[in-house]
Write a protein that binds this ligand. Structure first.
Ligand code: GLN
Ligand code: ZN
Length: 765
């Protein structure tokens, strides 16, 4: 077949989040394993059908996951940490969930700490970090990939089901070793490759024609050992296989200096990201060995704007001229798991904006159009022309431009990016009126979003209750939350964020330049999905966004209640951002809006204001050489948003999954008075960085992993705090959970926070 359409992966959670529901029922012990497996299988079948009907020939299978594809890979190789006990021959679903969540079902007694979770490259998707040490031994321990291959083959006999697997380099590069051991997981690559070979041989025996190995690690900096290791691994695989063909895929960035290694791998096909790697397509065409397949990632799998098909067609044509129609595959740049399923149900988006968008279905249709156009189809060529006109129309649209915002940005001075006095002076002023005990306790912001909270919001949105009734409900909920925190004995309170659906959406809805989908869900981790806003135009604040709620909350307590805002980088990072101006410019526009809000909160008497930046780390470019520029503007955006206040107003920030070690100076340069960070799941590993770099301001390393339903004991938290106190001056330490509590339940939150306060008391003593 000529010009095959190759899809790298499909959103697996379901257009209506069917998988989320099925998983959560299962975890609450409301359904059987069979019911969960049935729901999952029905989704896979539907998803293959939806891809097949959009011309996908190379049909991904094993891209489905009950939780995460890295965890699937770990289970395939039996790479399960010893704390999960001795394992059966094939790892069962409950063990799988225990690794992911610490607990398979809510009624389960013996819970264990879950595996660490972190962000997948620079996406907002989280994977479970494999643990690989010197003693790790691999074995084939799951049949998932074989089963799903059979399923796909039966479901779409016309297509070529292509099992996909994370490749050995990427798997080991993203793995971690237990603290305190000098050991590179990569040194296990030869052992691991033997089990890869076993898997591939079995797929070969099943009649698979192609297997794709995903190696996005090629978008990262690789050292000589890694390059040599990956070559050895693929040589071993090539030597062991007979008829099965391998395609190796890089995505999320250009290959850069890894390009020669990538094309030296003895495989039959290569996938490259021609969106982020657009500039190197010529070099790719030059380097591609004769006879190999080139899968060209033409359509952006990371953003939702319609492609400029004129540009894409020219690129594809160039590749076609070079490699020929038999050997060119057309593909999205990466898996479509990072975009929503379909634009079809989005009937409430303004028409203009809707016409600018493409979700997974529309992206596959763009590939079909490109394919037809390359084959000379007249209607397709017209559609390509029309896409260019649409780009023009979007760029010229008046709803993109707000001259006032541009003027303000032009007028910014150095002072606008700096607090009035240095931290030492500020903290003294703050302490004088906050009068907090040593090791002050606080939480990150949200409290459980119960079924009741969600139901009331739903009723309000549907117009079943009016705003007065809804707000009355929210006030009661807020007051109850404040009382609970006072009873538990926390020092700095929060209002609980019950009025917020999502920490980015809540602000986006109140800002100009944003649009929202109704069903545009994207998986974040496990069953958790987010609905990223679309930033299509210049951003500005219409009016105060949180002041009324904060004022109300503070009026209900004599203890300080934190004002709670989302920072500019996080709003940027968790949205689909316009691609017609640099991200930095959009970040600064958001920063101005946040700045105005911070100043208004201070004026309303709020003395502690938290500007959350959980996403600052994940926004780091994949290549170290690009870090400096990013950290510079990201830091400026944060400081622009927080520097409008007096010394006595305490600015907090919060960050999730922060592997800070390399960027601590930039984090310090944000100059927040207090930072709270994730630390418990990695057993305070990250504090190692504090040995090398003296973080100057206050810090609260999380002592309770809120991503798992497990309730830690006070002793456990004291232990973590003691570890923290070894590297951070005790007078700089705060006591808090890892992250917000919205996904937890009150029955976990109350005991865990009581243990946390008890731990603080004990360490004060
Ligand atoms: N304030 C937010 C909350 O508590 C922070 C969430 C986050 O870091 N992701 O929910
Ligand atoms: Zn967090």
């Amino acid at each position: 077949m000529q010009l095959v359409i190759h899809n790298l992966g499909y959103p697996r959670i379901g257009a209506k989040r069917e998988l989320k529901r099925a998983l959560e029922h299962y975890w609450r012990s409301e359904t059987s394993t069979e019911a969960l497996a049935g729901a999952a299988c029905a989704l896979r079948l539907r998803h293959w059908q939806e891809q097949g009907s959009r011309g996908v020939q190379m049909l991904p299978c094993n891209d489905f996951s009950y939780y995460d594809q890295m965890l699937d890979t770990a289970c395939l190789f039996g790479n399960v940490p010893a704390r999960f006990g001795s394992l059966p021959d094939r790892i069962d679903l409950d063990t799988y969930f225990r690794i992911a969540r610490g607990q398979a079902r809510s009624n389960e007694a013996a819970a264990v700490p879950a595996a660490e979770m972190t962000k997948w490259f620079d996406t907002n998707y989280h994977y479970l970090v494999p643990e690989v040490g010197p003693d790790t031994r691999f074995r084939l321990a799951s049949d998932k990939i074989f089963v799903e291959f059979e399923e796909a083959r039966a479901a779409q006999p016309e297509a070529t089901p292509t099992p996909v697997l994370i490749g050995p380099l990427t798997y080991l590069k993203l793995a971690k070793t237990h603290e305190g051991i000098a050991f590179a997981p990569l040194s296990q690559i030869d052992r691991l490759t033997e089990v890869y070979l076993e898997v591939l041989e079995r797929l070969e025996g099943q009649g698979a024609q192609w297997v794709r190995l995903d190696e996005p690690a090629f978008s990262l900096d690789l050292n000589a050992e890694e390059r040599a290791g990956v070559r050895r691994a693929y040589e071993r695989l090539a030597g062991g296989l007979k008829s099965l063909r391998l395609i190796v895929a890089n995505y999320f960035g250009p290959l850069g200096d890894n390009l020669p290694t990538f094309f030296a791998l003895p495989v039959q096909g290569h996938h490259v990201d021609a969106v982020r790697g657009r500039e190197e397509v010529d070099a790719v065409l030059e380097a591609l060995p004769t006879g190999r397949i080139l899968s060209l990632g033409l359509i952006d799998g990371r953003n939702v704007w319609r492609a400029d098909l004129v540009d894409r067609l020219a690129l594809a044509q160039k590749a076609l001229d070079r490699v020929g129609a038999e050997r060119l595959w057309l593909a999205p740049s990466c898996s479509l798991q990072h975009v929503p399923v379909s634009l079809e149900p989005e009937t409430e988006l303004p028409d203009g904006i809707r016409s600018w968008l493409a979700f997974a279905h529309e992206k596959l249709e763009e590939l079909q159009t490109l394919r037809a156009a390359l084959l000379g189809d007249v209607a397709a060529l017209e559609a390509v022309e029309a896409s260019r006109r649409l780009q023009e129309q979007r760029r010229q649209s008046p709803c993109l431009r707000n001259p006032g915002v541009h003027e303000r940005l032009q007028g910014l001075q150095a002072d606008d990016f700096q607090r009035q006095s240095p931290f030492r002076e500020r903290i003294a002023t703050q302490q004088a009126h906050l009068t907090l005990p040593p090791f002050p306790t606080t939480t990150i912001g949200s409290f459980p979003q119960t079924d009741e909270v969600r139901a009331q919001r739903g009723r309000f949105r549907k117009g079943e209750i009016d705003e007065a009734a809804y707000h009355e409900f929210l006030r009661e909920e807020t007051v109850r939350c404040l009382r609970t925190q006072e009873e538990i004995g926390l020092d700095v309170l929060v209002h609980g964020e019950f009025e917020r659906n999502d920490m980015v959406e809540y602000f986006g809805e109140q800002l100009d330049g944003f649009a929202f989908t109704r069903f545009g869900w994207v998986q974040s981790y496990g069953s958790r999905c987010v609905k990223p806003p679309l930033i299509y135009g210049d951003v500005s604040r219409r009016q105060p966004m949180t002041v009324e709620w904060s004022r109300f909350a503070q009026s209900q307590s004599t203890r300080p209640v934190k004002g709670m805002l989302t920072g500019p980088i996080t709003i940027l990072q968790w949205s689909f951002v316009r691609d017609d101006q640099p991200r930095r410019d959009t970040a600064f526009q958001i920063a101005l809006a946040v700045r105005d809000e911070v100043v208004d909160l201070e004026e309303a008497g709020i003395r502690v204001i938290q500007v959350d930046e959980p996403a600052i780390r994940e926004g780091l470019p994949l290549r170290r050489s690009d870090w400096k520029a990013y950290l510079q503007w990201a830091g400026e955006a944060f400081r622009l948003s927080t520097s409008g206040v007096e010394d006595g107003t305490q600015i907090h920030t919060h960050m999730c999954y922060s592997e800070f070690n390399d960027i601590l100076p930039s984090i310090a340069a944000l100059d927040a008075d207090v930072i709270t960070i994730e630390a418990s799941r990695s057993n305070m590993d990250l504090l190692q960085a504090f040995v090398d770099f003296r973080y100057p301001n206050d810090i609260g390393p999380g002592v309770w992993d809120i991503h798992s339903p497990r309730v830690p004991s006070a002793e456990e938290m004291v232990r973590l705090l003691r570890r923290a106190a070894e590297v951070v001056p005790p007078e700089r330490l705060w006591v808090n959970p890892d992250c917000g509590l919205k996904t937890r339940r009150w029955q976990e939150v109350k005991p865990a926070l009581s243990h946390l306060v008890a731990a603080a008391h004990r360490i004060r003593g």
